[in-house]
Design a protein around this ligand. Structure first.
Ligand code: PLP
Length: 363
């Protein structure tokens, strides 16, 4: 395993911490001296019991999760949560409110419409999703079943700085796929927090769901067993064969965050990395940041060049120099550097140097 690695700015699946990858290499061959690799262990055996038990305990202590919340490891990605949330929480005659801040929240509300009434309480569509709605622009329906938000908008590079105020009694449901555990989080402000693993937590194939007890049993029992939160809460995420490898890697990533000082320290490192890029963009007349300054994401830094031709050239030359995954999403254009928790500061520094060199030779 001596092949050099390059700088990976992919939006997801994304870079994983090197110490975790090294541990995974060993444990794929033989975990805990069992003579069997992690992928080959029964999900009902002692070895995996310890893996999932530790993963849950570590997540609980990392995010200070109150006792009246359950931690679930599910499948189907964040996208399946777009359906499970209304299926479980949106009763007949109720309305679910959505804060629409980009492509992923648009998809979430579109899916919810299949199951009941929805209301868009705020949308950033008019300004091309370049900012997070102000609290004055949010208009909730009467007594919504829940309020859904996307904490970080992976495609447009915007991020909520804090939780919006929601009507009393309405659970706040958050898609935190692209910024979970990138900063401290007050779980008690949420009814549900969910995140596909492949940006900040591990490999694709597992989705983390943190759900308040009182929301677990609301679904009609007539819906598919696998799509009821109560099934997974009752069986401790072991109703059927769970994504064992994904849960194991997620557990290792959580241990790595803890070893690095926890969420406060992670937030400080993330802010410093993002500042390197935003300062470079702001100091330049060649690059232009697309998100409004107050809404800028610390995870996905989106920027444009002078024209599309130079943008294409930027991405081609960057990848020749070992800087990969910088092309913006097709619906946003331009460039996007995804600098999640596991993206090393050295990668961001290499990108800054490349950006300055490219500007000098093409500006
Ligand atoms: C990537 C992403 C998704 C989609 O996740 P899947 O696991 O592919 O379903 C949903 N929401 C956000 C905010 C994302 O970044």
């Amino acid at each position: 395993m001596t092949m050099p690695r390059i700088h990976n700015f992919s939006a997801g699946p994304a870079v994983l911490p090197e110490p975790v990858l090294k541990q995974v290499q060993q444990d794929v061959w033989d975990i805990a001296g069992s003579g069997i690799g992690i992928m080959e262990h029964s999900h009902r055996g002692k070895v995996f019991d310890k893996v999932i038990g530790e993963a849950e305990a570590d997540i609980r202590s990392l995010a200070n999760i109150p006792d009246n919340y359950r931690v679930l490891f599910l499948q189907g990605g964040a996208t399946q949560q777009f359906a499970m949330i209304p299926m479980n929480l949106l009763a007949a005659g109720q309305t679910a409110d959505y804060l629409v801040t980009g492509v992923w929240s648009e998809k979430a509300v579109k899916e919810a419409k299949k199951f009941g009434a929805t209301h868009v309480a705020a949308t950033g569509e008019a300004n091309a999703f370049t900012s997070i709605p102000s609290s004055a622009s949010i208009h909730y329906s009467d007594a919504p079943a829940y309020v859904h938000m996307t904490t970080n908008n992976t495609i447009y590079g915007t991020q909520w700085r804090g939780e919006p105020t929601v009507p009393t009694g309405a659970p706040l449901v958050a898609d935190a796929s692209s910024d979970i555990f990138s900063r401290p989080i007050d779980v008690s402000k949420y009814g549900i927090i969910y995140a596909g693993a492949q940006k900040n937590l591990g490999p694709s194939g597992v989705v983390l769901v943190i759900i308040r007890d009182d929301l677990i049993g609301r679904a009609p029992t007539g819906i598919a067993t696998m799509l009821q939160y109560r099934t997974h809460a009752k069986d401790g995420s072991l109703h059927n064969t769970p994504p064992t490898m994904g849960i194991y890697v997620m557990g290792q990533v959580i241990k790595w965050i803890q070893a690095g000082g926890g969420l406060e320290a992670m937030a400080a490192r993330n802010a410093a990395k993002a500042a390197l890029l935003y300062d470079t963009i702001d100091a330049s007349t060649f690059y232009r940041g697309t998100a409004e300054a107050a809404s800028r994401s610390l995870m996905n830094v989106c920027f444009r060049g002078p024209n599309e031709e130079l943008e294409a050239q930027f991405c081609t030359e960057a990848s020749k120099q070992g800087l990969s995954g910088l092309k913006g999403h097709r619906s946003a254009g331009g460039m996007r550097a995804s600098i999640y928790n596991a993206c090393p500061r050295e990668s961001v520094e290499a990108l800054v140097t490349f950006m300055q060199d490219f500007e000098r030779s093409h500006g």
